[in-house]
Design a protein around this ligand. Sequence first.
Ligand code: CMP
Length: 140
Amino acid sequence: MSIERTLSIIKPDATRRNLIGKIIARFEDAGLRIVGQKQLQLTRKQAEKFYFVHAEKSFFNNLCEFIISGSIVVQVLEGENAISLNRKIIGATDPSNAIPGTIRADFAESVEANSVHGSDSPENATNEIAFFFAQIEIIN
Ligand code: CMP
């Protein structure tokens, strides 16, 4: 067991439908603590930078257009095994494959509009947190 930090994004499909509070409750109920949080809207350039690992994928353009289509809430979540715990709570990328009770099974509209993002490895968590947050914005 180790205390980790992970980056969470509540995506535009969820902010549009007023689901921010319901999604945050899932994280807090599972024992994850919010140690950084803000709401913003990405530019196309910022979206392309954040999702650069998917640049060669067929869905890259749609992915970028979707993530800039409205506001997002970015969060640093902290807790024991936060990276894998968060991935478990959010469920499979495609909501049709997500286990009932996970955020994506309960709220996502499609594989693209899938309500939330969660870092998938310690290295990506570190990089993604640094992409959105300055040290001073994270509670120690
Ligand atoms: P996310 O966890 O934010 O990481 C990359 C995103 O790409 C993923 O969530 C999905 O929303 C999106 N994605 C993955 N596969 C597809 C696909 N086949 N079509 C559209 N979007 C996809």
